[in-house]
Design a protein around this ligand. Structure first.
Ligand code: PMT
Length: 694
């Protein structure tokens, strides 16, 4: 879905792996992308342009000019047209040309004109790949902001086995999808990573060290940076280049230096992952001069080094996360749990030298993640993929912190509602009852604790419950309409975005002044409080959906339970199977699997789209455009569902603002087409966007 409508330039170079490019084209096209293939002259020796043009549905570009009519193939236009470029397979020669700007073919000129991100999937023999020249060219490409899809190990065309195999097309597709999914879930987060060994000086020529290469820690730093975090990488002495251009690197040598750097940086961070293999001991004093050999041997007196993890664990606030590693040789789980506890970590990553392919220097690792509640084992994977698993774990704990734990328990209730009760339609009766009911409702909604979670005052959800009394009789029976609206502030701005708005056309209930408003989930004997509880849970659920994908299920399920239990009530708004939209159909839709894209987009739209808009309008709007595509999927899944229409209605002014000034006409037209289809009755608003596209 993330690739639907995306324009991809696929650069193919002369490698035996070029056959995989055909599969990649097919996968990209299947995912909805438009693919323009550009080949180097030697790539044609490995795969024919005919195959690729048949698969991509576009003529393949190989030369600066079309033979026959002499038309110029504009690399400049391609650079502007594309949403991403992939070079797969990328040979050592093309990587070298890209690194040094040797623009002697259309692929390299297109690369040099590219405005979009570029993904490079190297493919070559193991010695060529590990050669210092290739490695230094790849470093240049990384430092220039390109994404290198590191090759895998396996059998190569030379029949040798080693690192150099181009990543599989499915893998390349998934990295691209992740990129477009806007998986910048760590945007705004500051993360400290320690990596590599420490060297403890004995004399000017000798040190105490260990075999850590830094690969694991660097892969974690890279993953965090790819996901938008601001990363500071405190690195011991390693022979690795900084893996991502946005990473801030601090090079240290000894445990004491790593301690000094880490304790200084950690207070400004949201999390730290301590992957370094820190020496536990160092010589009491390093000799100034080389220690001479003696016949009697020598004794080295050692002192304990500071424990960085334990110190950060001591400093950690409840808004910070701290993860460590445990490198064990025996009784791994036992020792790891001990470290988790002693160092006050939120989780620990155990890798054991008992497992083949795990630990120091190798490109793979096999880990077990342990936190206070559970132990999760992972299979042997590349350190890159292990890094993704660790970062996913960290993200899940961030979400948990955000939702439930980061703040001390306070008495603040979840809802911060303004309640109004308009009785103008039924004037002439004793109006005291309306004032008393308005006050009772305000107290009931705002003072009741709807969840077991701790909310700070500033985290309360702003909402309005606006009742209009349509009929009232002195025996206390009411018929009201109710408009419920809730909104959430957008980070870094004063703007609040509506997350739910619905008009309930008719609620019937009885109320006598000074009746106690109460609600019991198991015994719905009061229709008024049942309706209020129903909307309270929807608001809380929708709010949690904006915090984490499908995060609000617990509370939306509570609303669904109320609706199911209320079937026996006389109020028609609860009636399942009604042709009209009513409160039952609203919750029934939200909890229907077919509507999941709509619930998923709540997170993406608010936390990635709108939050980003205030920093980068163009990027934020593009994310919102992807959300509209998700909305369309939900609509196609269940065209008669009311909630897709509801979403467009309560978001219409916002959408007009998002698109009226910004965005290209093609983008606006595609958005407007979806909006007209879902909600033709709001055509005035959509016309405004359409007009701005002209
Ligand atoms: O760098 P690679 O070659 O890719 O290898 C990766 C690795 C094997 C080094 C890595 O996966 C790993 O296990 N790192 C931690 C190694 C280690 O020192 O483990 P430990 O069990 O001794 O330490 C436990 C934790 O305390 C670690 O998070 C460590 O960073 C931290 N520590 C230890 C001692 C100390 N003085 N200060 C610390 O912060």
């Amino acid at each position: 879905m993330q690739l639907k409508g995306k324009k991809i330039v696929l650069g193919i170079t002369g490698s035996i792996a070029a056959y995989k490019a055909a599969i990649l084209v097919r996968l990209l096209v299947k995912a909805g992308a438009e693919v323009q293939v550009v080949m180097t002259p030697s790539a044609k020796e490995f795969i024919t342009p005919l195959t690729l043009s048949a698969l991509s549905g576009r003529p393949v570009l190989c030369d600066f000019f079309c033979s026959g009519n002499g038309v110029w193939n504009s690399h400049v236009e391609l650079g502007l047209w594309a949403d991403a470029m992939i070079v797969a397979p990328a040979t050592a020669s093309t990587i070298g040309k890209m690194a040094h700007g040797i623009a002697d073919n259309l692929l390299v000129t297109t690369y040099l004109s590219m405005k979009a991100p570029v993904f490079v999937a190297p493919a070559m023999d193991l010695d060529m790949y590990s050669h210092a020249t290739t490695q230094s060219n790849l470093s240049i490409l990384t430092n220039n902001g390109n994404y290198i899809l590191e090759p895998a190990s396996g059998e190569l065309a030379s029949h040798l086995s080693g690192k150099g195999r181009m990543q599989e097309p499915e893998y390349i597709l998934s990295r691209l999808q992740e990129y477009f999914a806007g998986d910048k879930a760590l945007a705004g987060r500051k993360i400290l990573i320690t990596a590599g060994p420490t060297y403890e000086k004995i004399d000017p020529v000798r040190f105490i060290g260990n075999y850590s290469s830094g690969k694991m820690g660097f892969a974690i730093a890279n993953e965090c940076a790819m996901q938008g975090a601001e990363v500071t990488l405190v690195a011991g002495p390693v022979a690795l280049d900084t893996p991502h251009p946005s990473i801030k690197r601090v090079d240290v040598e000894s445990a004491q230096q790593m301690y000094d750097a880490s304790t200084k940086i950690f207070p400004q961070c949201d999390a730290a992952i301590l992957c370094a293999a820190v020496a536990d001991y160092s010589p009491v004093a390093a000799a100034d001069k080389k220690i001479k050999r003696t016949a009697d041997g020598m004794t080295l007196e050692l002192k304990s080094n500071p424990d960085i993890a334990a110190e950060l664990g001591r400093q950690k606030t409840e808004k910070q996360l701290l993860a460590g590693f445990a490198l064990e040789t025996n009784n791994g789980e036992f020792h790891a749990k001990e470290k988790l506890d002693k160092k006050n970590l939120d989780f620990i990553v155990l890798n054991s030298l008992e497992d083949e392919g795990a630990g120091f220097a190798v490109d793979t690792n096999k880990i077990t993640i342990i936190d206070k509640e559970k132990t999760s084992e992972y299979p042997l994977k590349s350190k890159k993929d292990v890094a993704r698993d660790i970062v996913s774990y960290l993200k899940s704990l961030f979400l948990f912190l955000l939702l439930f734990m980061a703040v001390p328990q306070t008495n603040a209730q979840e809802l911060n509602a303004t309640v109004s009760l308009n009785s103008s339609k039924v004037q002439g009766t004793n109006t005291e009852v309306f004032t008393v009911l308005g006050d009772a409702l305000t107290e009931f909604i705002n003072n009741r604790k709807w969840t077991n979670y701790a909310y700070e005052e500033y985290e309360r959800i702003a909402c309005n419950f606006t009742f209009v009394v349509d009929a009232y009789s002195d025996d206390g029976s009411f018929t009201c309409s109710l408009m419920v609206q809730a909104s959430r502030p957008i980070f870094g701005s004063t703007y609040s975005s509506t997350i739910f708005k619905y008009e309930d056309k008719a609620i019937n209930f009885s109320y006598q002044p000074y009746d106690r408003l109460d609600f019991n989930e198991d015994n719905l004997d009061n229709n008024l409080t049942a309706v209020i509880a129903f909307y309270a849970y929807i608001i809380i659920g929708m709010d949690m959906d904006t915090m984490g994908e499908l995060g609000g299920s617990e509370f939306l399920n509570k609303a669904l339970n109320i609706a199911n239990n209320a079937q026996m009530m006389s109020d028609a708004g609860w009636r399942a199977g009604s042709n009209e939209n009513n409160r039952y159909t609203v919750i029934d839709d939200y909890m229907n699997g077919a509507m999941e894209p709509l619930r998923q987009l709540m997170y993406k739209y608010h936390r990635l789209g709108l939050d980003t808009m205030f920093k980068n309008a163009d990027e934020g709007r593009k994310i919102i455009t992807e959300c509209i595509a998700m909305l369309k999927t939900a609509y196609d899944n269940r065209p008669l569902a009311y909630i897709t229409k509801l979403f467009t209605e309560y978001k219409k002014e916002e959408l007009v603002n998002v698109y009226s000034n910004e965005g290209g006409s093609e983008e606006k037209n595609s958005v407007v087409e979806v909006l007209y289809e879902i909600s033709p009755s709001q055509s005035d608003a959509w016309d405004m966007i359409k007009k701005s596209a002209l």
